[in-house]
Design a protein around this ligand. Structure first.
Ligand code: GLA
Ligand code: ZN
Length: 735
C-alpha cells in the first residue's frame, strides 16, 4: 500500500473494478446534466459562454482511461488477449488506442488483407465495454511497400533516399503512399463503421513535420511558393531579401530549401512543411470523414514540437490530443517540470477555444528514451494524470498498455509488465487513476475562460531560432515565455496560451514575451486591445521583423507598437554567463515595487518616449537608462520589460499586476511554493484541482466559503487542506 492510498481510502484496483460509493450518483448527475447542456443534443457545437462541452463521443459520456494497445504483436499467443481484457477492467480502463503500427499485420503482402485478428479484438473490446480509438497505420510502412515503391521513403537533406527503417519517415508528397493510405483507411472505415467499439479515429502517429528533400517534395514546395507569390519571382526575391550574398533567383527550380542563410526561405519552408503535413493528414482522413462522419478524428500532437505549427493543424482535427512525457524527478526539479507541463496542457486546451483535449499518451512509470529512465515516485502517477485533467483533459491514456518482448520499446513503461499480472506497483498506480477518473465524472466537458493570455507563437519561435545574433545559447524562446507564465501558474490564476492568430478581446491581460516577429494584423490587434482598456506586457526584442523576417525600419518596436508602448528600443546588449546587471525600482513607482532585481543575458537599451519609467538599470554604461516602463495608451496600459530578469522580478511584477487588475485565483488562498490550483467549471459548479509538486507535505489554508467537497474521497472540506508529497485533491463547490 503506497502513499496515495492514504488520501484515497477505497482500493481502486488490483483486484477488481472501482468500488467507490460515488459513481452511481455521479453517473446519474452526469447523464441529466450532459443531456441538458451538451451542444450535441442542442445541435450547436461551440459555446462562447462557460458551459459544459459535449464528450469526445456521445457513445461514452465519461472521462476516458486507457492506452496504446498492440495486440497484433501477440498473435502467436492469443490467450494473452483474454488476459488483457480482464486486466483492462481491473485497471478501470474504458478506451484503447489500437492498430497504430499494424500495417504489416493488416496487409502482410500487397493486396492480401488479414483483418481477422482486429475483428476479434474489436469484438472483445465491445464485449468488455472498452472503446477503441482506432488508428490508421500510416505511422510505419511495411517493408514490402518500401522495397516495391522506393519513392515512399524519405530523402535526406543530402539527397540520399533512406533505407527501410524506423517509422514516421514516409514522403508526404508521394502519390503512391497517399493512395496506399487511403486504400487501407477505406477498408478500416468500411469494416468497422458500425462497430459498437469504434469511438474515435487516431490518425497515424505523431506526424513530425520533418522535411523530405525528394524531387516530389521540392516540386510541391516550388508550386506552393508560386501560389504564395502569385507566380512572381520578383515578389519572392523581395520578401526573402535575396540581394544578400547574391541569392537572387531567376528560376523557380533554383530554389533548394537547405540554406539557413536565407531567413525568409527557411520560414516559408517550415510553413510549407506544416501545411504539407496537414494536407497529408486530410488526405488520409478523407475516407474516415466520408464513411464515418459521426466519428471524431484526431491525431496525437507532441507538445511544443518545433517543426509543426499546431495552431494551423488544430483546425483540421475534431478534438486535440497530445502525448506528454515530462522528465519527472530530473535535476531541474519537479516544480519546474510541472510548470512546463501545465503550460503545454494550456496550449492544447486553448487551441480549440477551451474545448477539453485528450491526453493521448503518457507513461505509467518511466520513459525509456529520456536521458535517465527514472521511475515515478509514489503519488506522481496520479498527480501527473490529474494535472492533465486539471488543465482541460477529458482523458488519461498511456503509452503503453503491455510491454512487448522485443524491439526498442520493450523497456518503456507500461501498464502490464513482462511479469504479466496485476500485482505490481505500476498497475496499482494505474488502477488508482482509473478509480479517480470515475469519481471525477462530473468534471467531464467542463472548462475555463481565463482573463490572462500568454502568447507562444510557432512562427515567432522559428524566426527567433533562425537569428544569427544575441548569442549562441541566449535566445531561449520557449523558456522565456514559460518564465512569464510561471507566476500565474504559481498563484493559481488560469491562463490561456495562445498564438498571434487568436482574438484578444476576451482577455484583460495579454503578455507577449519576445514577440520578435509580428504576423499580419498582430500590431493592430495589440494596439486596439490596449486602446480599449486592456493591459499588455511586452519584453525586449519585440516587433523587430515582419512576417518575412525583414527588419522594421524607423525604430523598434515596429508597425506602430512604438507608440503603444511609448518607448524606442535602440540596441540590445548580450551577456556572458557571469555578466550581471540590476534593475532598480524607482521610488514611488506605479506598481509599488521596491528594491533591485538581477538581470542577465539580454539587456535592451531603450528610450522612454511617452512611457513612464518604473525601473532603471543599476550598472554598466547604461546605468540609469530605463529598464521597466509603462505607457498609458488611450484606455489601457502597455508595460515594457527591457531586460531578461531573475524569477523574483517576475514574481514581484506580476504579483503587483494581479493585484492591480484584481484577478481571481482558482482558490482564494495563498498557495505554498510548488503548489498550484487550477479550475474547471460548467458555469454553475467549480472544480478546483489543488496539486502539490513538492516531495514534502503542505498545508493550504482555506476560506470558509464557498463550502466544498473533495471528489476523490467524497468528504466535506473545512478549514485547511493537507496534501501529502505529490498529493492532489479536487474540490467541488457545493451547489
Ligand atoms: C511516442 C510515440 C509512441 C511511443 C512513445 C514512447 O509518444 O507516439 O509510439 O514511441 O513515444 O515514449
Ligand atoms: Zn518527398
Amino acid at each position: 500500500m503506497h502513499r496515495s492510498r492514504e488520501i484515497f481510502p477505497q482500493p481502486g484496483g488490483s483486484g477488481g473494478t472501482c468500488t467507490c460509493p460515488l459513481p452511481k450518483i455521479i453517473k446519474l448527475y452526469l447523464l441529466c446534466d450532459f443531456q441538458k447542456n451538451s451542444g450535441l443534443f442542442k445541435g450547436t457545437l461551440f459555446m462562447s459562454t462557460l458551459q459544459r462541452y459535449p464528450p469526445i463521443s456521445p457513445k461514452c459520456p465519461a472521462l476516458l482511461h486507457g492506452g496504446d494497445y498492440n495486440p497484433d504483436q501477440w498473435q502467436a499467443t492469443p490467450e494473452v488477449w483474454d488476459e488483457d481484457m480482464r486486466l483492462m477492467k481491473a485497471a478501470g480502463c474504458n478506451a484503447m488506442s489500437i492498430g497504430i503500427f499494424s500495417w504489416s499485420a493488416l496487409e502482410p503482402e500487397e493486396g492480401r488483407f488479414t483483418f481477422d485478428w482486429l475483428d476479434t479484438i474489436m469484438d472483445k473490446l465491445a464485449a468488455n465495454q472498452v472503446f477503441a480509438l482506432l488508428a490508421t497505420p500510416s505511422g510505419a510502412k511495411p517493408a514490402w511497400m518500401s522495397a516495391r515503391y522506393p519513392e515512399i521513403r524519405r530523402v535526406t537533406v543530402n539527397g540520399q533516399r533512406e533505407r527501410h527503417q524506423g517509422r514516421h519517415n514516409h514522403c508526404r508528397s508521394s502519390p503512391i503512399y497517399r493512395e496506399k493510405c487511403r486504400m487501407i483507411n477505406t477498408r478500416l472505415a468500411q469494416r468497422y463503421q458500425s462497430h459498437p467499439a469504434l469511438l474515435a479515429w487516431h490518425v497515424s502517429n505523431e506526424y513530425s513535420g520533418e522535411p523530405c528533400y525528394c524531387g516530389l517534395c521540392l516540386g510541391t514546395f516550388r508550386n506552393w511558393l508560386r501560389r504564395k507569390y502569385q507566380d512572381d519571382l520578383g515578389r519572392l526575391n523581395q520578401a526573402w531579401w535575396t540581394g544578400f550574398w547574391s541569392h537572387t533567383f531567376t528560376d523557380w527550380n533554383q530554389i533548394y530549401p537547405e540554406d539557413s542563410t536565407v531567413h525568409g526561405m527557411m520560414l516559408d519552408w517550415t510553413r510549407f512543411n506544416t501545411e504539407q503535413t496537414i494536407d497529408f493528414f486530410k488526405y488520409e482522413s478523407g475516407p474516415l470523414r466520408s464513411l464515418t462522419p459521426q466519428i471524431p478524428v484526431t491525431t496525437n500532437f507532441m507538445g511544443l514540437c518545433p517543426t509543426l505549427d499546431y495552431w494551423k493543424f488544430a483546425r483540421a482535427v475534431d478534438v486535440i490530443s497530445w502525448d506528454s512525457y515530462p522528465s519527472w524527478h530530473a535535476p531541474e526539479g519537479d516544480v519546474a517540470v510541472a510548470c512546463q507541463t501545465a503550460f503545454t496542457h494550456d496550449i492544447n486546451r486553448s487551441m480549440k477555444g477551451g474545448r477539453p483535449f485528450m491526453l493521448m499518451e503518457s507513461t505509467p512509470s518511466m520513459t525509456n528514451w529520456q536521458a535517465v529512465a527514472k521511475l515515478k515516485r509514489p503519488g506522481m502517477h496520479l498527480l501527473a494524470s490529474l494535472q492533465a485533467v486539471a488543465h482541460g483533459a477529458d482523458t488519461v491514456q498511456y503509452f503503453q498498455w503491455r510491454k512487448g518482448r522485443g524491439g526498442v520499446e520493450k523497456f518503456h513503461g507500461a501498464v502490464v509488465d513482462h511479469c504479466g499480472h496485476e500485482k505490481t506497483r505500476v498497475f496499482e498506480d494505474v488502477a488508482e487513476v482509473g478509480c479517480a477518473l470515475e469519481r471525477l465524472a462530473p468534471v467531464l466537458g467542463t472548462t475555463v475562460r481565463p482573463e490572462v493570455a500568454v502568447v507562444y507563437d510557432w512562427e515567432t519561435r522559428w524566426a527567433v531560432e533562425g537569428i544569427q545574433g544575441l548569442g549562441h545559447n541566449l535566445k531561449k524562446y520557449p523558456e522565456t515565455v514559460i518564465s512569464h507564465y510561471r507566476p500565474f501558474w504559481a498563484a493559481g490564476i488560469p491562463v490561456d496560451v495562445i498564438d498571434q492568430t487568436v482574438a484578444l478581446d476576451s482577455y484583460r491581460l495579454v503578455i507577449t514575451p519576445m514577440l520578435y516577429l509580428l504576423r499580419p494584423g498582430m500590431a493592430q490587434k495589440l494596439s486596439a486591445f490596449v486602446a480599449a482598456g486592456g493591459t499588455w506586457v511586452a519584453t525586449y526584442w519585440t516587433g523587430i521583423v515582419d512576417e518575412n523576417d525583414l527588419c522594421f525600419t524607423g525604430g523598434w518596436p515596429g508597425a506602430g507598437l512604438r507608440e503603444v508602448l511609448g518607448i524606442w528600443d535602440e540596441e540590445i546588449d548580450a551577456g556572458y554567463p557571469a555578466d550581471r546587471n540590476h534593475v532598480a525600482m524607482k521610488a514611488g513607482n506605479l506598481l509599488g515595487l521596491k528594491g533591485r532585481f538581477e538581470a542577465s543575458e539580454l539587456f535592451g537599451l531603450i528610450h522612454a518616449e511617452n512611457a513612464r519609467v518604473l525601473a532603471t538599470y543599476a550598472d554598466d554604461f547604461y546605468k540609469g537608462r530605463p529598464a521597466v516602463t509603462v505607457n498609458a495608451f488611450q484606455k489601457g496600459e502597455a508595460y515594457y520589460l527591457a531586460a531578461r530578469t531573475e524569477a523574483a522580478f517576475q514574481d514581484a511584477f506580476y504579483g503587483a499586476l494581479i493585484e492591480r487588475l484584481k484577478f481571481t485565483p482558482a482558490l482564494a488562498a495563498r498557495l505554498p511554493s510548488g503548489v498550484t490550483a487550477q479550475i474547471r467549471s460548467d458555469g454553475k459548479r467549480d472544480y478546483v484541482f489543488v496539486m502539490n509538486f513538492n516531495d514534502q507535505p503542505v498545508t493550504v489554508p482555506l476560506k470558509a466559503k464557498p463550502a466544498r467537497r473533495e471528489l476523490l474521497t467524497g468528504k466535506a472540506v473545512k478549514g485547511s487542506l493537507t496534501l501529502p508529497p505529490f498529493g492532489v485533491q479536487v474540490l467541488a463547490s457545493e451547489k
